[in-house]
Design a protein around this ligand. Structure first.
Ligand code: IPM
Ligand code: MG
Length: 334
């Protein structure tokens, strides 16, 4: 919020903020993970910035009352079917990854995750004492629209798209593959490769440099984006933008990190990076978005690290201090 306000001041814009509860905080206050007034406010906003949901306190609740349900409901209500999760390795963090620096050096990939369909939402979805059922369902229009987003994104990048599915086993993936192939005919300058998800999980660790844009379904995208985050050093580095409806929804890829809650230790860079994506995708403020990303890079170059990305010789800083450092560098740029 500090960063967004600063950018607004510099750009001569005034952002009006409204705050609403979601997840555990909303369950504690109102008994449900999100309220209708919140869904409505988000639908009417120009952009939505989301923290994270979930925690052990609410783990025993039944599915429809869990914090996660609030987030899924919000994504669905906003129509945000296209989730962009860029994983970029900052030069200063090459040795922060658990993989060797030469494996992650220069990695800059984009996971395009379908966000409002697939096994997260398919019906029937039921559980009783003996049987749990989820339904992996995709329709051709759902696949087509996410494929278009991915081909367009690839066109602005290295023109290389890898579509990830499990077409050797899953019927929904067979449809996925066919529809992606159909869309590919409209993008003759983009190279398309299909990859099975188990292989993709392995290839992301073996040779991540082969990836530019990955397009995949809801659950595979959830899993692969957490994996991709570790190329960058930490899940605390990955921002995301969810588009497709009217307003964009911006959130860090990570969860609420309940083990360090309230300790001023969490890495704020994924959240700050999500603000950069908001400026880029919702407000057309590309220069300001780049300024934020450069400020993050500079603070990392200067050796400041939160606990999750700390190596020998670095300076450990708190969440607040990391945010303030990005802000002060940013104030010098914009
Ligand atoms: C994510 C999260 C969510 C998801 C959870 C919290 C519902 O893991 O955004 O990746 O599975 O989509
Ligand atoms: Mg996830």
């Amino acid at each position: 919020m500090k960063i967004l306000t600063a950018v607004g001041t510099r750009a001569g814009l005034q952002f009006d903020f409204e705050e609403h509860l979601i997840g555990g905080a909303c369950i504690d206050a109102h008994g449900i993970p999100i309220e209708d007034i919140t869904l409505k406010a988000c639908q009417e906003a120009d952009a939505v910035f989301l923290g994270a949901v979930g925690g052990p306190k609410w783990d025993m609740l039944p599915g429809h009352l869990r914090p996660e349900k609030g987030l899924l409901g919000l994504r669905k209500a906003m129509g945000c079917y296209a989730n962009l999760r860029p994983a970029k390795v900052f030069p200063a963090l090459e040795s922060a990854s658990t993989l060797r620096p030469e494996v992650v050096r220069g990695i800059d990939l984009l996971v395009v995750r379908e966000l409002t369909g697939g096994i997260y939402f398919g019906e029937p979805k039921t559980v009783d004492a003996d049987c749990g059922i989820d339904t992996m369902l995709y329709t051709a229009p759902e696949v087509r629209r996410i494929a278009i987003v991915a081909f367009e994104a690839a066109g602005l990048r290295k023109k290389k798209l890898i579509s990830v599915d499990k077409a050797n086993v899953l019927a929904s993936s067979q449809l996925w593959r066919k529809v992606v192939d159909d869309v590919a005919r409209e993008y003759p300058d983009i190279s398309l490769e299909h990859m099975l998800v188990d292989n993709a999980a392995m290839q992301l660790l073996r040779n991540p440099a082969q990836f530019d844009v990955i397009v995949t379904g809801n659950m595979f995208g959830d899993i692969l984006s957490d994996e991709a985050s570790m190329l960058t050093g930490s899940l605390g580095m990955l921002p995301s933008a969810s588009l497709g409806g009217g307003a964009g929804l911006y959130e860090p890829v990570h969860g609420s990190a309940p083990d360090i809650a309230g300790q001023d230790k969490a890495n704020p860079l994924a959240a700050i990076g999500s603000i950069a994506l908001m400026l880029r995708h919702s407000f057309g403020l590309e220069e300001e978005a780049v300024a934020i990303e450069s400020a993050i890079a500079r603070v990392l170059d200067d050796g400041f690290r939160t606990l999750d990305i700390l190596s020998d010789g670095d300076t450990l800083v708190s969440t607040t201090s990391m945010g303030d450092r990005v802000l002060s560098v940013l104030n010098g740029i914009i």
